[in-house]
Design a protein. Structure first.
Length: 261
């Protein structure tokens, strides 16, 4: 297989993929006969070939995907006029604290915000797949330590937390909250042409209702008037990404030549 055919395979798989695809999954397309270095080079070439179009190839935390360019969003919104859910100040501040200070406990968040944080709010963020418990602090009561997930970065269209806006003197600036809210409500639309709808909203618009009944949920705390957001939640939590395999010897390095096993 030459590089032209290999790029065609990658392009087709990425356009039809329902979610971002890591390089290790792309190796399966070629029966592990094409190494990760060659695949990354081909992806870079595909990015150049799609430059200037309404859809772009980008790398996010979970892998690679095609998605609409930001300037195309107003036109795509006409196909789906319903407005995305808005998030309360309490939700955005709590999510930002976890993103910038992780790993943090609920007590840490309450110290920073100065109010008691509703347990339903944290459960909602977990159900959406944006935060998860990664361990427990070795202190009295062993409180849970919260951190953000790859899904959170994917929905923001980021590869890593380093791409979040910097904070001035450790304060949760309005710019940071605005970027998080914009990314989660109006982020790029991942292309999923292999699906019936053609385009799929990132994690939020197609969220499923949690199996927990409303009666089973605790009442909102009186100390945090904003409470949790009255929007649907889903329970899908993305699996952690394994590190990419080591480069194979003999990978092709020039276009048009056969790809070495």
């Amino acid at each position: 297989m030459n590089t032209t055919d290999a790029k065609r395979v990658l392009e087709t798989a990425l356009i039809c993929a329902p979610q971002a695809m890591p390089v290790r999954d792309m190796e399966v397309l070629f029966d592990a006969q094409v190494g990760p270095d060659t695949i990354k080079r081909l992806l870079s070439e595909l990015q150049d070939e799609w430059a200037g179009r309404g859809v772009e190839l980008v790398q996010v935390a979970s892998g690679w995907r095609f998605q609409s360019r930001p300037e195309m969003r107003p036109y795509l919104d006409r196909l789906h006029p319903e407005k995305p859910p808005k998030y309360t100040r309490a939700t955005l501040e709590t999510l930002a604290i976890i993103a910038y200070r992780q790993p943090v406990t609920r007590g840490d968040m309450e110290d920073i915000r100065g109010v008691t944080i509703n347990s339903v709010l944290l459960k909602q963020l977990e159900d959406r797949g944006w935060v998860e418990v990664i361990g427990h602090r070795e202190t009295v009561g062993r409180p849970a330590l919260y951190a953000t997930t790859r899904q959170f970065l994917d929905d923001l269209g980021l590869q890593s937390l380093d791409q979040l806006p910097t904070l001035d003197e450790g304060r949760l600036e309005a710019a940071a909250l605005d970027q998080i809210e914009f990314g989660l409500s109006d982020g790029p639309v991942p292309a999923a042409i292999g699906h019936a709808e053609g385009f799929a909203e990132p994690g939020i618009g197609d969220a499923q209702v949690s199996g927990q009944s409303a009666a089973a949920q605790p009442e909102p705390s009186a100390t945090d008037e904003s409470g949790p957001d009255p929007v649907p939640v889903h329970t899908d939590t993305p699996a952690a990404q394994d590190p990419a395999p080591a480069p194979r010897e003999g990978d092709a390095s020039s276009t048009g030549e056969p790809l070495a096993p």
